[in-house]
Design a protein around this ligand. Structure first.
Ligand SMILES: [Zn+2]
Ligand SMILES: [Zn+2]
Length: 349
């Protein structure tokens, strides 16, 4: 075991403070990564604040991790010392169930191991990327193409794959009409990705405040959901709607925007159940679906796709001592569009 510097939560309410986390010895199939940047995801805040259940403190969060391989175990074949790599929301899964064998480890039937606040094989609680380094089984370590700077690669590991996966599953591409609900960390990636895939993209946002940004990211249209005319004029028009908003939305109103065989996929969700009138689904043979991050193979495909198409998230890089301020701004939706922590500032701190 070795102790490395980290920014940790000691309770649901106290600010994060400098501390340490323990990393296991590098096993035969493990990769030790010196972390360069870690993205700030809304999930980090929900987890620490106890919104999703009790948490064992102290806890270090962060599941958008980019850095350099510092050491590899004797049986590691995919990564070498010096490689540019990343880690997302998963650090392990059973590798044996039907879903793992199908390459969709995020749906592991025994539950995948979360990058933080998960239970590792040795029974310890996993600790995330707001830290100097991390030890991860090579299967869950992604290769970051040279074309993507580390600080831009980090958010791709959660926000990128979470939006890429449903766009691929429901075949966004030339000739399809895709709507993205919400233009935040997830939504802005959905717009860039759907546009690069060749779809006609519409942003559905509460107001027109971020319209210029949306169009710059590749949206063809930008409409306000606060305007009732939007729902009248766009009825029966979309093949796919990706809902990135965690607050409750009027699901029936959005379903009504779907064309024949259209699907609305939620990647953000409020904790409480969402009412839906099934008759709305009967019209146009509509579907309502969910999607959770993406498998390891598809995550690599997404990184390669982003490199090939020159796609990257909009980031605001901060030093580690500004994490608490950044969290407050995330909660206030005051970020365009992802905070990324420069981990070198943690080493110096
Ligand atoms: Zn996340
Ligand atoms: Zn499994």
């Amino acid at each position: 075991m070795s102790s490395v510097r980290a920014y940790t939560a000691t309770s649901a309410t106290a600010p994060l403070t400098p501390g340490t986390v323990e990393r296991r010895e590098v096993g035969p199939r493990d990769v030790l990564i010196d972390i360069a940047y870690a993205g700030i995801c809304h999930s980090d805040i929900h987890t620490v604040r106890g919104d999703w259940g009790e948490v064992p403190y102290p806890l270090t969060v962060g599941h958008e991790i980019a850095g350099v391989v510092a050491r590899v175990g004797s049986e590691v074949t995919h990564h070498r010392v010096g490689d540019r790599v990343g880690v997302g929301c998963m650090v392990d899964s059973c590798r044996e169930c039907a879903n793992c064998l199908a390459g969709v480890e995020q749906y592991c039937l025994r539950g995948f191991t979360d990058t933080y606040n998960g239970v590792d094989r040795d029974g310890s609680v996993t600790q995330g990327g707001y830290s100097e380094s991390i030890v991860v089984d090579e299967h869950f370590v992604l290769s970051i193409p040279d074309a993507i700077p580390f600080e831009k690669a980090a958010p791709l590991l959660c926000a990128g794959i979470t939006t890429y996966s449903p766009l691929r599953t429901w075949n966004a591409g030339p000739g399809t009409r895709v709507a993205v609900v919400g233009l935040g960390g997830l939504g802005h990636m959905a717009v860039k990705l759907a546009h690069a895939m060749g779809a006609e993209v519409t942003v559905l946002s509460q107001s027109l405040k971020k319209r210029e940004d949306g169009l710059r990211f590749g949206a063809d249209h930008y409409r306000a959901t606060g305007d009732p005319a939007t729902f009248e004029e766009l009825a029966n028009t979309f093949d796919l709607i990706v809902n990135t908003v965690s607050a409750p939305i009027d699901l029936d109103a959005h379903l009504n925007l779907l064309a024949l065989d259209g699907t609305i996929v939620s990647v953000g969700a409020p904790p409480e159940p969402v009412p839906v009138t099934l008759f709305t689904l009967f019209e146009n043979r509509r579907s309502f679906a969910g999607s959770k991050i993406g498998g390891i193979a598809q995550t690599q495909e997404m990184l390669d796709f982003c490199a090939e198409h020159g796609i990257a998230p909009e980031v605001e890089v901060i030093s580690a001592d500004r994490v608490n301020e950044a969290w407050e701004r995330v909660l206030a939706s005051d970020v365009r569009y992802r905070f990324v922590i420069d981990i070198s500032t943690l080493r110096r701190g």
